[in-house]
Ligand binder design. Structure first.
Ligand code: SF4
Length: 344
């Protein structure tokens, strides 16, 4: 695998979708005996900021429970945020009405399990023509299938989901998302349930759609190796917060945050960065923290081999990481604060 290359540099004007201080808390239902106790919540996503640009893929990487799928659902407005905003071309998204329906057309989601997202009793033709009718599109089902490389389309139109392979089902799910004529695709682990042999084909399809349709794509994954291959920008999530971000090359080749280094070292990547194994041994694996009572300061401090006294009390802001010529790069880690003296 080689890293994704996209020649044009992004500009501020090509932002399609933006998350500003996006926060989601899920309240925990109280039992009778704790009815008068303070209400507790799972702090699933906190103060997440990022942009999706047209013709670019942004990967959001993290382990299970890090909050990345919740971010995708918030961006799709399948659930509503506790705080913060989602902006489409700078305009806040409305929760209902005509503007909300327009938002749903322009921002489409591709789910992890294509079998669950397609109705087993309906044919491919039904799924696609229904989506086209709902969105008032004059595209045909045949054109959609051709766009996702299911050709000749006549071979697939009359098939039911169970008659397709996993990769073909995911292509149909992507074709259905394209029926709306979206500007942004939110792909939540789109290849993790597919055989390894067909994952690359689906990622290549998404990359091709990025280029041909100028789509802004959010690619949610736990696999940092695929993010390196596929994404223009990479964001790393840990315990509900984004802890590192930058160009795909910068984050995957010169990871700065101790958690990102742990992720890379854990990935079965033959090109593994030298020395990363030592980092895993240092961190000793460890468990992600409780999101009901997340750690104070830096949420990674209970697992971090570099934790300092201030890490336990002060949450680090985004700090610039010295560039290796790979583009902008930042990490939410006190190690990159110029005033930090290790061990303090
Ligand atoms: Fe480790 Fe401190 Fe950086 Fe958090 S802020 S990752 S605890 S060094």
């Amino acid at each position: 695998m080689t890293a994704s290359t996209k020649p044009t540099a992004p500009s501020a004007t090509d932002v399609v979708l933006e998350a500003v201080g996006l926060t989601k808390h899920f309240p925990i239902r109280r039992r009778l005996r704790t009815l008068f106790a303070p209400r507790r919540a799972v702090h699933a996503v906190e103060h997440v900021d990022f942009v999706l640009r047209e013709g670019r893929v942004t990967a959001m990487v993290g382990e299970s429970g890090s909050g990345k799928s919740t971010v995708a659902r918030l961006m799709a407005q399948l659930i509503h945020q506790t705080d913060g905003q989602v902006l489409l071309h700078g305009e806040p998204v409305r929760a209902r009405g005509r503007r909300f329906r327009a938002y749903c057309r322009r921002v489409q989601m591709v789910f992890q399990d294509p079998f669950a997202s397609l109705n087993p009793v309906h044919t491919v033709r039904y799924h696609l023509t229904r989506a086209l009718r709902i969105h008032g599109s004059d595209t045909t089902a045949e054109e959609l299938l051709t766009r996702v490389a299911l050709t000749p389309p006549e071979r697939f139109l009359a098939k039911f989901p169970h008659e397709l392979s996993g990769g073909q089902r995911q292509r149909v799910a992507i074709a259905r998302a394209l029926a709306a004529g979206p500007e942004a695709l939110l792909a939540d682990e789109p290849v993790s349930m597919l055989d390894v042999s067909i994952r690359l084909g689906v990622l290549n399809l998404l990359r091709d759609l990025r280029d041909r349709l100028n789509l802004a794509i959010l690619y949610i994954t736990h696999d940092i190796a695929s993010a390196r291959y596929f994404a223009d920008e990479v964001l790393v999530m840990y315990a509900g917060q984004v802890v590192e971000g930058g160009s795909g090359e910068a984050v995957t080749q010169h990871a700065a945050h101790p958690y990102t280094r742990l992720l890379i070292a854990s990935a079965p990547d033959p090109d593994r960065i030298a020395g990363a194994e030592t980092e895993v041994a240092d961190v000793g694996g460890g468990e992600p923290p409780s999101l009901i009572e997340p750690p104070t300061g830096c949420r990674f401090h209970p697992r971090c081999p570099h934790a300092m006294a201030r890490c336990r009390v002060e949450a680090p802001p985004r700090l610039a990481v010295e560039s290796n010529g790979d583009g902008p790069h930042w990490a939410a880690c006190w190690l990159y604060d110029k005033n930090t003296v290790e061990g303090t």
